[in-house]
Design a protein around this ligand. Sequence first.
Ligand SMILES: Nc1ncnc2c1ncn2[C@@H]1O[C@H](COP(=O)(O)OP(=O)(O)OP(=O)(O)O)[C@@H](O)[C@H]1O
Length: 338
Amino acid sequence: MTERIGSEPVMAAERVSVRFAVGRGTLTAVDDVSLALHRGRTVALVGESGSGKSTLAMAMMRATVPNEGRILFQGRDITHLPERRLKPLRRHFQMVFQDPYASLDPRMTVGRVIAEPLRAHGLGNRQAIRARVTEVLDQVGLPASAVHRYPAQFSGGQRQRISIARALAARPSVIVADEPVSALDVSIQAQIVSLLGEIQASENLAYLVIAHDLALVHHISDRVVVLYLGRVVEEGPTTEVVSQPQHPYTAALLSATPTPDDPQRERIVLSGDPPSPIQRPAGCVFHTRCPIARPVCATDTPTLDPAGPNRAVACFFPGELASGLTIASAPVRQKEGS
Ligand SMILES: Nc1ncnc2c1ncn2[C@@H]1O[C@H](COP(=O)(O)OP(=O)(O)OP(=O)(O)O)[C@@H](O)[C@H]1O
């Protein structure tokens, strides 16, 4: 798939950093990350737990204010917009969460759940709201009669359809989906992925999909951004990143993802856990776990440099772990003390 993005992004993060004060220290959750969302396209944000995916998404949704950088919506800087001016814009960006059971209020009927954003934004009278609720229910493949029932009366997949209907109700332009299928049975996952695809096409939506591994990303995204300890280590068109990862961390993530066409793929087992985001390593953030790290990686920080059209990688030795075979022959260095 070639990437030809001429239009202005509907939403963008520009050099965003988010830090939290913890105890006496500072935790850097997101470090100088830029990302652009375009209508009709999906960006997948990938990384281990704690890599900063949700924090970045929250900053883009303006649920938090970044410490540095800018958030743009339709070209407008909304980074420091006060809530009263942000509120009318909020209907344009909606979220779908991992666990539809936890994210849907169990005391509300499905009708109320879906109508809630419409009411909150004053989008129509009772009759118009009812009509819209029926419309989005139909769009997600649920009967109009669902409005009278409660979320608990539905299966996991149906509940995720309800969450999607709720996100769609106010006709947003951006949907952030945080692990939208990982809580669902494998048999249901494909249905929800294809539903999200159909809805994206019919509504021309921009998606940001958060995922901790690359398995889902393959089917759902045009572009992938790989985060490690709050930094982008690699980004590019999904098909290219997945077939030829340039960063050893991406290669490691991919090696953990079984693919039917490459069952022989060797696993790169990364030694140790990610370092604490409070005490981030000097040099390359990944060097303490990197199987190909050299001395320079511990002292100098690689910048995110172009690695082909629409691709970028932050590594002094990009491409060294590009294929399963190379991975297998590369010794995995055990870090002392880990
Ligand atoms: N409100 C907060 N206060 C302090 N630290 C926080 C806060 N929110 C997030 N963090 C920290 O920021 C880092 C990034 O967390 P974040 O939730 O963004 O990662 P993630 O990649 O989304 O992980 P997961 O896949 O587990 O959701 C973590 O170290 C986390 O502990």
